[in-house]
Ligand binder design. Structure first.
Ligand code: KG4
Ligand code: ZN
Length: 369
């Protein structure tokens, strides 16, 4: 079995992974991710200079841990791989220089990988193992890539023929989650925060009679309410609904800046009319409606693209693919469209940035010369 060591530092995760492979299978032997979330939290987003310095501090440790966990030493590595674009230049440089140095010192080839190709192939990672699925995966593949920096629909006719068929006109989906979370005061990163708040709303509000029935105990959206404290705010549900972006557009593009502004105006208007306590109780519902509109717009375009291009496989990848509601909604939409088209979605830990996906993309590059 050959071994590849991959490094990923394009944004705020320092990651290294060792992957073993032969002609029949690919196995993730280790996948180490050191997240900088706690460092950037206080700024409400990633600070590039701070990110580069944090990568510099942790990269050697992360690589060492990846080797130890894989029970492989540096001499057993046959190939090195590294993310070379797109990303924050200072952050990328730390990974690239480290990988170049290792490849040069060990006299082994270095494979450069585009970060988006990494996300694209992450869909093939199932249960920490890949039983060389590239052989089983049927083309064309329709892929929805949703991350902090990108939102695009891709159509792959083969591993070497991947075309972008739709993309965001402004904010990326992950960026929209992060901004919405900031508006609602839910913190960074926004995706997990909005989704946690939305889950509270979905479990305790009902839309009977067009009115909102809601628990008064949700002062902190992260705290689960007691079910027996439901009462009627008697507020029409439409007061909190948000538009579904690009619902009538004929193309396969996305747009999220309008949705973000709609949320901001709704929140500002409510804060003028409601006391703070009531406003706080509505945050989960606003988070729910924001997530609902964003997810519906994504699902809508995937289905539109699937009808047009008749893919044999559909995949959902990127940090936002970790979103439970999106995973469920897309699953049910693709099932109703055609239950024989498989929907591949990686484990949540392979949705957000990681180096295992970079290794997999590098192996596919190798196989395709
Ligand atoms: O792929 P990723 O780790 O980094 C980029 O390449 O951008 O994606 C990060 C993005 C962030 O915007 C984060 O808020 C979002 O993915 N995200 C989520 C969830 N987990 C992470 N968005 C929605 N729901 C989640 N559960
Ligand atoms: Zn990414």
């Amino acid at each position: 079995m050959k071994h590849i060591l991959a490094i990923e530092t394009s944004c705020d995760e320092t990651a290294a992974s060792v992957v073993g492979f032969d002609d029949k299978k690919v196995i993730i032997l280790s996948n180490i991710v050191s997240s900088q979330i706690d460092i950037h939290k206080k700024y409400g987003g990633v600070v590039p200079e701070v990110a580069s310095r944090a990568h510099l501090e942790t990269i050697s440790l992360v690589i060492k841990e990846a080797l130890i966990n894989a029970k492989v030493n540096l001499k057993q590595i046959d190939y090195f791989a590294v993310t070379y674009e797109p990303g924050l230049i200072g952050s990328l440089l730390i990974g690239i220089q480290t990988a170049k140095t290792l490849a040069w010192a060990m006299n082994k080839p270095l494979i450069k990988v585009n970060h988006l190709d990494g996300h694209f192939y992450s869909a093939l990672i199932q249960n920490d193992k890949i039983v060389y699925p590239i052989l089983n995966t049927k083309y064309p593949i329709l892929s929805l890539l949703v991350s902090g920096g990108h939102t695009q629909l891709m159509l792959a006719k083969s591993p070497t023929n991947i075309k972008i068929i739709g993309q965001t006109q402004d904010d990326a989906a992950g960026e929209a989650f992060d901004k919405a979370s900031q508006i609602l005061g839910l913190g960074y990163p926004g995706g997990p925060a909005i989704s946690a708040a939305a889950e509270i709303a979905s479990c305790c509000h009902s839309r009977e009679g067009g009115n909102l029935y809601y628990s008064d105990s949700i002062l902190d959206p992260r705290v689960k309410p007691e079910d027996d404290k439901i009462f009627d705010y008697s507020l029409p549900i439409t007061d909190y609904q948000l538009p579904i972006p690009m619902i009538d557009s004929n193309d396969l593009n996305f747009s999220y800046s309008g949705l973000k502004t709609a949320l901001l105006y709704k929140y500002q208007n409510l804060s003028k009319t409601l006391p703070l306590q009531s406003l706080n109780t509505l945050i989960p519902l606003l988070a729910y409606n924001f997530q609902d509109s964003l997810v519906k717009s994504l699902v809508l375009k995937v289905i539109k693209a699937a009808k047009k291009y008749q893919p044999k496989t559909i995949t959902l990848v990127g940090g936002v693919a970790a979103n439970k509601y999106l995973r469920e909604e897309l699953k049910s939409a693709t099932q109703s469209l055609n239950p024989s088209i498989p929907l591949l979605v990686p484990d949540q830990k392979f949705c957000t940035d990681n180096a295992a996906m970079i290794a997999v993309a590098a192996i596919i590059k190798l196989k395709n010369k």
